[in-house]
Design a protein around this ligand. Structure first.
Ligand SMILES: [Zn+2]
Ligand SMILES: [Zn+2]
Length: 259
């Protein structure tokens, strides 16, 4: 599987969607306390697609619209009267980018990806093994009309009322990033980090695909994720949500490291 955790205990494909409609306090310049956050697992590879919005009727950020994500996504957007402001891609693997062009072009919003993974938007087979390549045959991938490269580590994006910090976390792919919505000052509740296939609940991303590096992956996790507060909510690309604290203490792939 493309992005599945390589863990002895974790299922290769998560059985349940990782997110449900709910609210979570995240920062905005001003008074935002409630955020519509919904996620669903899309496609046979069960990639989590997330939708972040201030609330009904507002702009929305869509993260990793994978295979067959368009239909459920459209229902969520209609239901909450949301207007997509951006599509954010944690990396270029096909199960995460599958519907990005359709979503971006249909709604007229930009698609953000790290430059090192941009080639996968039009050549998704290059990053994958033969089985997935075969499955992808017949699918025509082209770049969205608006592509924005996430070329500055730590850059801040102001999108849909959110401040999103982009941290480059190579390892699973060269162009993997995590999207961080930091804790509001003094609010007393952790922020959110969307970790793609870099960090999962009780597992980490595989590094045996083209562009992968185990050393880089652990460096990214230690340097960019484990430095976050324990109560930071982790929304991974596959499987269930977690927190930085839970992973710091319980992730078997991170034990014995100087954290
Ligand atoms: Zn994946
Ligand atoms: Zn992946």
């Amino acid at each position: 599987m493309i992005g599945s955790p390589h863990s002895a205990s974790a299922p290769s494909v998560p059985a349940r969607p990782a997110g449900r409609v709910g609210t979570h306090p995240v920062p905005r310049d001003g008074t935002l306390v409630g955020v519509l956050l919904t996620g669903f697992a899309a496609g046979v590879l069960a990639c989590n697609c997330y939708v972040l919005a201030e609330g009904p009727g507002s702009d929305a950020i869509i993260v990793d619209p994978g295979q067959r994500a368009f239909g459920p996504l459209r229902r969520i957007l209609d239901q909450h009267r949301l207007t997509p402001a951006a599509v954010l891609l944690t990396h270029g693997h096909i199960d995460h980018i599958w519907s990005a062009q359709k979503v971006g072009d249909t709604f007229g919003c930009p698609v953000f990806i790290h430059p090192a993974d941009r080639f996968m938007l039009t050549d998704p087979i290059r990053g994958f093994g033969p089985r997935v390549a075969q499955a992808a045959l017949g699918a025509l991938f082209r770049e969205p009309r608006q592509v924005v490269e996430l070329d500055r580590d730590g850059q801040r994006l102001d999108l849909g009322g959110f401040a999103v910090i982009v941290d480059h976390t190579p390892g699973h792919t060269r162009g993997s990033v995590v999207f961080r919505l930091p804790e509001p000052t003094g609010a007393g509740s952790g922020g959110i980090v969307l970790t793609g296939d870099t960090l999962f609940r009780n597992s980490v991303g595989r590094t045996d695909l083209p562009g992968g590096s185990g050393r880089d992956l652990l460096g990214s996790i230690v340097g960019k994720l484990l430095v976050l507060d324990d109560d930071t909510r982790v929304l991974p690309g596959h499987g269930e949500a977690s927190t930085i604290g839970l992973e710091r203490r319980g992730n078997p792939f991170l034990q014995g490291m100087r954290l």
